[in-house]
Design a protein around this ligand. Structure first.
Ligand code: NDP
Ligand code: BG6
Length: 506
């Protein structure tokens, strides 16, 4: 057996993947240009890829290898600007190939199979194959089925992995259907369902923080925690993705995946070992414990809204309904806040408030854990105001770090308390970007940061009844509008006010 090779990178030891051939479907597209090829270029430049690898871009657009190189070089140059390295590019470009063909024609897969076998010989990649689907979700089933029918999904001398971008389905039925299509061609251990939030360093740190420190976990339960808030706000609008977003909306785009994954990591029990199957088991247990939403009184739990015009970062921002490609009477929500209860021993009675929206006042992702107030206020005679309870905030992005607010005596005056902050800040640029991390893990065969079939289906089974309710013609009423550049709709504040709580300001 060949021993794995390691590289020391930013003072960490990283295992170099085995030789591989990577096929990227949709290689002419936005994700490929903005994320995948720049990430692969940098991994190779920094010595984190094996000597023997090659990449086959696949798409319908007719272009030859040289035109494909020009397209990818432009994308990499745009990403790295003055850090673009000509020598590193040449080493990378020598491994880039292109295959033009339809996604739903058997002949295209026959030709591709031949190209793959030729490339495997030239680049000596030992039969290890990765297929990455960077195409619109409507194309997933065709590609997966043809990979199965052509025999490309089978493992012979090496591994075969398939990576799928989000979204996996648009409701429970479609997610089940896609999972079944995947199962008919691949084994679950070959399937890598992406959620790039799981690859963020600060998100990976949630489990380390909770389970590698003895001082936080004993207080991480209903006895000490009053409630938890999970926020992912964005100042950008939908950019040029109207075609996708009009059908998706914020619940499908952000809640079913990123936000529910943050919820699971915050609420899950410690697995006995830090292995991908054990961690994913615990996350699914959280999803199974979430109390189903009472669709008849959904307003008590869910607020949805859509951005109107406003000012964002000093610039005028158009209303969602005026964005290119959006229907002028679109009801698609761009903001949602949701109250969730996890009905298990640890979290009984503790609400988790989740919110996400586009065109809000700022970009921010954080988890804030709000502790209960002290049981008895012995300083009450000397103090006029209530003591603010402790809060622990995990800052996912930007300004990545963790802070804790607690009370301290003001120097001088006999009894005078004020909240102070203990702050840990990463204060450094993270070594691996989220896409670099997930690409490496997929090459190395580590499924920890990928979503399992049962996890996807469980989250859809929770959200589908709520989506059906808000999207049903019976509940057609005009969507609530919030001004771009604000904290979101007033109704979201009311949701917490009814529980005598308030959102942390963005
Ligand atoms: P694109 O719309 O850019 O599509 C990718 C490629 O797929 C296109 O270059 C095109 O290539 C082909 N394609 C486009 N539309 C169709 C169609 N209707 N039928 C068949 N082929 C089509 O998508 P993105 O690159 O933006 O996204 C790819 C996947 O990644 C999607 O699932 C998306 O949800 C996901 N994703 C994207 C993100 C992003 O930032 N872009 C972020 C997170 C996830 P050709 O015509 O040459 O075949
Ligand atoms: C994507 C969503 O999954 O995540 C986008 O489709 C969103 O709508 C993006 O903008 C946010 O990711 P990040 O890493 O910028 O917070």
């Amino acid at each position: 057996m060949i021993e794995p090779a390691y590289a020391t990178y930013d003072s960490c030891s990283i295992e170099i993947p085995k030789p591989f051939l990577l096929v990227i479907f949709g290689a002419s597209g936005d994700l490929s240009r903005k994320k995948l090829f720049p990430a692969l270029y940098r991994l190779n430049r920094d010595g984190l890829l094996p000597r023997n690898f090659c990449i086959l871009g696949a798409a319908r657009t007719a272009m030859d290898r040289s035109a494909f190189h020009d397209l990818m070089r432009k994308a990499v140059e745009e990403t790295f600007g003055k850090d673009f390295d000509q020598k590193a590019w040449e080493s990378f470009a020598g491994r880039l190939h292109y295959h033009a063909g339809e996604y739903d024609h058997p002949a295209s897969y026959r030709d591709m199979k031949k190209s793959i076998e030729d490339l495997e010989r030239t680049h000596d990649t030992l039969g290890n194959r990765i297929f990455y689907l960077a195409v619109p979700p409507t194309v997933y089933e065709a590609v997966v089925s043809h990979l199965g029918a052509s025999g490309l999904s089978q493992e012979k001398t090496g591994f075969t992995h398939i990576a799928i971008e989000k979204p996996v389905g648009s409701d429970l039925a479609s997610a089940r259907k896609l999972n079944n299509v995947l199962r008919s061609s691949f084994l679950e251990r070959q399937v890598y369902r992406m959620d790039h939030y799981l690859a963020k360093e600060t998100v990976q740190n949630i489990l380390m923080f909770r389970f590698a420190n003895a001082i936080f976990e004993p207080l991480w339960n209903r006895r000490y925690i009053d409630h938890v808030q999970i926020t992912v706000s964005e100042s950008i609008g939908i950019e040029n993705r109207a075609g996708y977003y009009e059908k998706a909306g914020v619940i499908r785009d952000m809640f079913q995946n990123h936000i529910f994954q943050l919820l699971a990591l915050t609420a899950m029990e410690p697995p006995s070992v830090f292995e991908s199957e054990r961690v994913r088991d615990e996350k699914v247990k959280v999803f199974r414990s979430i109390r189903p939403f009472a669709v008849d009184c959904l307003d008590d739990t869910l607020v949805v809204a859509q951005y109107g015009e406003g000012m964002v970062n000093g610039k005028k921002a158009a209303a969602y309904r005026s964005e290119a490609g959006v229907s002028p009477d679109s009801m698609t929500p761009t903001y949602a806040s949701l109250k969730v209860y996890i009905d298990n021993w640890r979290w009984n009675g503790v609400p988790f408030y989740l919110r996400s929206g586009k065109r809000l006042v700022k970009k921010k992702a954080e988890i804030s854990v709000h502790y209960r107030a002290v049981p008895h206020l012995m300083f009450s005679k000397a103090m006029h105001e209530e003591i603010e309870p402790n809060a622990l905030v995990i800052r996912i992005q930007p300004d990545e770090g963790i802070d804790i607010t607690f009370q301290a005596k003001n120097p001088g005056t006999k009894i005078c308390l004020s909240p102070v902050l203990m702050d840990f800040s990463y204060k450094k640029v993270f070594s691996l970007s989220d896409y670099e991390r997930i690409l490496l893990d997929c090459m190395q065969g580590d499924q920890m940061l990928f979503v399992r079939d049962d996890g996807v289906e469980q989250t859809w089974s929770l959200l589908t009844p709520a989506l059906e309710k808000i999207e049903s013609p019976d509940s057609a009423r005009d969507v609530t509008i919030y001004a771009a550049g604000t904290e979101g709709p007033g109704e979201a504040a009311t949701l917490l006010k009814k529980d005598r709580r308030s959102w942390r300001p963005l």
